[in-house]
Design a protein around this ligand. Structure first.
Ligand code: KIV
Length: 260
């Protein structure tokens, strides 16, 4: 494997920014690995970009096991992190241990990601104790969309800022190897990054994070009409697919393309 938990710590101490991307199947995982991106997250964003739902909330543990298995298969040299879905780990430490253990055993994931702050500290400690690496996720937490009434920035007030700084410290002390900072003020992301030994991975959190993560479909423009503010498109693949499919359909309709 090209990347391990150790890589995250070493990259930060070398000052080398960490590139991460989501993947949901063997093809996207193999393409990412071929591009040299070997830290892959099977995000519960699959609920929105693969299943076409309005939020990540309906994603199940079965869904995460299923997609993670194919990502591990498609990118055997990569470090694959499974995103634990809503209500698979929030009820009790025992539930969380079983759910995370199941994902690791059934899919071959190398680590799990958990959204949450001090509330998940006991679970993080229990997972690390049994050998399952955990990456945290604070700031805008998509699984709490109903509580906040949307996907807006977090940590803008002074209380919000203090809470995020405290949560990051508590999670690091509990044993996470890295932490995703989603949609928080750039200055705060810089402060958090400077206060932690482990690397921060930003999405909508500015340039002072130790790495960046993006959703595969957003980065490549696979949904041409969806342009989140935190994404820069590195390709217009959605439009390229529509153009290619339209050319295929046109040739079939005119009798020009016949499979031989
Ligand atoms: O589910 C996901 O894709 C994520 C990333 C955006 C961090 O949580």
């Amino acid at each position: 494997m090209n990347s391990t938990v150790k890589y995250f710590a070493e990259a930060k101490s070398r000052g080398e920014p960490i590139a991460m991307i989501t993947a949901y199947d063997a093809t996207s995982a193999a393409l990412a690995q071929a591009a040299g991106i070997t830290n892959l997250l099977v995000g519960d964003s699959l609920g929105m970009v693969v299943q076409g739902r309005d939020s990540t909330l309906p994603v199940t543990l079965d869904d995460i096991c299923y997609h993670t298995r194919w990502v591990v298969r498609g990118a055997p040299e990569s470090f694959v992190i499974a995103d634990m879905p809503f209500m698979s780990y929030q009820v009790s430490v025992e539930d969380g241990l079983r759910a995370c253990g199941r994902v690791v055993k059934e899919s071959g994931a190398h680590a799990v990601k958990l959204e949450g702050g001090t509330n998940i500290v006991p679970l993080v400690k229990a997972l690390v104790d049994i050998g399952i690496p955990v990456i945290g996720h604070i700031g805008m937490q998509p699984q709490s969309v109903n509580l906040y009434g949307g996907y807006g920035k977090r940590g803008k007030s002074s209380a919000g800022r203090t809470k995020l700084l405290d949560e990051a410290q508590a999670l690091e002390a509990a044993g996470i190897f890295s932490i995703v900072l989603e949609n928080i003020p750039h200055k705060l992301a810089g402060e958090i990054s400077g206060s932690l030994v482990i690397p921060t991975i930003g999405i909508g959190a500015g340039p002072e994070c130790d790495g960046q993560i993006q959703v595969f479909h957003d980065l490549l423009g696979l949904q041409p009409d969806f342009k989140p503010r935190h994404t820069r498109r590195f390709g217009e693949i959605g439009q390229a697919i529509v153009t290619a499919l339209a050319a295929y359909a046109d040739e079939v309709h005119r009798g020009k393309f016949v499979s031989k």
